[in-house]
Design a protein around this ligand. Structure first.
Ligand code: NAP
Length: 251
């Protein structure tokens, strides 16, 4: 598949957490497909990312700083992106955080923070884009879940619960809005090469790799390819799906 074979030209995509990591790869891939891209992120670095993507691909981009776990900020982010680029056709709920710890040492704040960003943030952002999408009878939402939603992971009861919740949200919302020609899907990555995995020592890294049938850690680009496909018209008959991108870890 060539970069431009996906039908994304003229589309406006909003990517939360697009300043870095997987979100940055998704924003880049959508722009390479011809979509205009709005990055919504807490990190100011999102402004530089948006600028770099615009220079590399020639599409219009914009950045809006917002905490997507707060309703007023989520709404303001959608309004700002729509003012800069036009109505949002594609929403990627990618922003996520971890606050790991075994349950007996996990405090309420760690539970609340992870649920607020990973799950409530996706609810608020989806709601904020949907009014327009329903009116226009067109739209695609892709949320980034995780392999741990199905497998669980010791030390991540908050994160696994949030990522599993995202799958429930995806399937329910897919049913709610299918009649309005809006598709809602999720991607469930396994271990992906990010700052987190780069910090592992060699022993921990090898132990991780040994669990993965395809024998390697994934790249943000490998996740971005699947997100771009689900967001595009090529996936026009796919809704309510949860696509693993995990090298077989979740088998
Ligand atoms: P990352 O490098 O930590 O980037 C996440 C971005 O989201 C950061 O720029 C962060 O800003 C932003 N963000 C955090 N809270 C936010 C909020 N309340 N409002 C707006 N933006 C916010 O993460 P990543 O590793 O690329 O992961 C991206 C997504 O994939 C997450 O949902 C993650 O759970 C999921 N995932 C990752 C892996 C993996 O192996 N990395 C595996 C499975 C699933 P700050 O820097 O200011 O916090």
């Amino acid at each position: 598949m060539t970069e431009n074979s996906l039908r994304l030209e003229g589309q406006v995509a909003l990517v939360t957490g697009g300043a870095r990591g997987i979100g940055r790869a998704i924003a880049t891939r959508l722009a390479q497909g011809g979509a205009k891209v709005g990055i919504v992120d807490l990190a100011e670095a999102g402004a530089g990312t948006a600028q770099e993507i615009a220079e590399a691909t020639g599409v219009a981009t914009t950045f809006f700083k917002a905490d997507i776990s707060k309703e007023a900020e989520a709404k303001a982010a959608v309004a700002a992106v729509e003012e800069a680029l036009g109505p949002v056709d594609i929403l990627v709920n990618n922003a996520g955080i971890t606050r790991d710890g075994l349950i007996l040492v996990m405090d309420e704040a760690a539970w609340d923070a992870v649920l607020a960003v990973n799950l409530k943030g996706a609810f608020l952002m989806s709601k904020a884009v949907l009014r327009g999408m329903v009116r226009r009878r067109h739209g695609s939402i892709v949320s980034i879940s995780s392999v741990v939603a199905r497998r669980g992971n010791a030390g991540q009861v908050n994160y696994s619960a949030a990522k599993a919740g995202l799958i429930g949200l995806t399937k329910s919302l897919a049913r709610e809005v299918a009649s309005r020609n809006i598709r809602v899907n999720a991607v469930a990555p396994g271990y992906i090469e990010t700052e987190m995995t780069a910090a592992l020592d060699e022993k921990a890294r090898n132990a991780l790799i040994n669990q993965i049938p395809l024998g390697q850690i994934g790249s943000p680009q490998q996740v971005a390819e699947v997100v771009a496909f689900l967001a595009s018209q090529e996936a026009s008959y796919i809704t309510g799906a949860v696509v693993p991108v995990d090298g077989g870890l979740g088998i």
